[in-house]
Design a binder for this molecule. Sequence first.
Ligand code: SAH
Ligand code: SF4
Ligand code: F3S
Length: 471
Amino acid sequence: MAEKFSTLNDFSETQNEYLNLIYEIMESRKYGEKPIAYVHTYGCQQNVADGERIKGMLAKAGFDFEDKPDNADFILFNTCAVREHAEDRVFGNVGALKNIKRRHPRALVALCGCMMEQKHIADRMYKSFPFVGLVFGTHALHQFPELMYRALSTGKRVYVRDNDDLLVHEGLPVKRDGSIKGWLPIMYGCNNFCTYCIVPHVRGRERSRKREIILAEAKEMINAGYKDITLLGQNVNSYGKNLENSVSFAQLLKEIDDIEGDYWLRFMTSHPKDCTRELIDVIADSKHVSKHLHLPFQSGSDRILKLMNRHYDRKKYLDIVNYVKSRIEDVSLTSDVIVGFPGETYEDFKQTLSLIKKVEFTSLFTFIYSPRVGTPAAEMDDPVSAEEKSKWFRELLDVQEEIASRRCSDTVGTVQKVLIEGEKGKDGILNARTSGNIIVETEGSPELIGTFQNVEITKAGNWILKGKIKE
Ligand code: SAH
Ligand code: SF4
Ligand code: F3S
């Protein structure tokens, strides 16, 4: 099969030149002092991974980073469009910058990410916030140095959108946020068009990175000491379909798992319609893949699943869950669920509750439906009031809290392998995480950060466990 999306390795040749030019401009402005960047990312891990690439480019151009915008020479909001609430936060936080130009007239304020791939939103922000000097969408990430240089060198506003070239651009520098847990994108975009979702509209068509490039990056991360690596894609189960040498996600996962080292491997997100037994078998037989499957079901009602264009029904979902439970001992299942999809009735909602009770998820990401301009669901009749939806939502949270709390209590007295991730505060308490992705607090020395330990669980809260490190 011909490769539909080619991989370019052109970053270093063209864009590196622009990073050097940016370095020179900032050098002349700051007289030897390092320029400061503030990069704020909203949304999912895919956006976080993009933010890490932007920071990689900025670091190459000589920038240091601060976690407040006050003294920054470059301020960037990497935005998310998935729900109205996410967008409102961005509008509020960008608006709050309006005085920044008065204090620091040469600061360059930029907006990027998924919101900028929606024309009506990008236009509105560009008009409402005249102090914004650079706007670019997710498809222009690899051109960031050139665009930033243009804004800095001309002093004119730069606005680049609608640049959907469907390519995978490799070779971008990365500055990862953590040194223990790391994200590894394996594909971009989405072809599923769930009727409520904006992601395919703002991220473009599904395209996979080449297997060899992913394997090399995984090795690099393991050698650099990363202990918890998450493979990223909107639907990792369809990985590899557009590659010349087609390879399934299960095969890729197995190849990464074969890399020697002391680490955990996770992935997200798995779509139930493409979740194969082969994949579950690979997880069950693996050395490094965590005992955790994030498998969004969205709704327990077949009628609503159809309206959502999810391509599976309740039975198929429960069949997968049963197989997962039979193959992977103590597996931790997590999921996403939407309450109040257009036309959902209380009867449909009760199906969602009953599915939650059947599966007993360790945790759930719960959302009230939020209409997104340009998606089919936004055009559907939505007769149920916001108050009614909130009532259902609270009912769901109560049911899940009871399940999560029972699941946590069941672990008291067991010994769990955990990864020590960091200090909780300054009082000698460490934050750790189980293979099943449950947070455990334990006493210990900060020297243990980044190591795996066995912890005896002594106490359970609703979501968090407490434990003692076993000698
Ligand atoms: N690709 C992933 C998830 C991407 S978005 C997947 O398919 O599971 C993360 C979650 O946000 C979705 O799983 C869904 O539960 C929620 N979501 C997406 N669009 C939404 C909307 N319009 N309103 C409410 N929740 C939404
Ligand atoms: Fe959105 Fe569905 Fe794609 Fe996930 S699979 S990103 S929910 S369209
Ligand atoms: Fe948001 Fe874009 Fe992710 S819309 S959820 S940041 S892909």
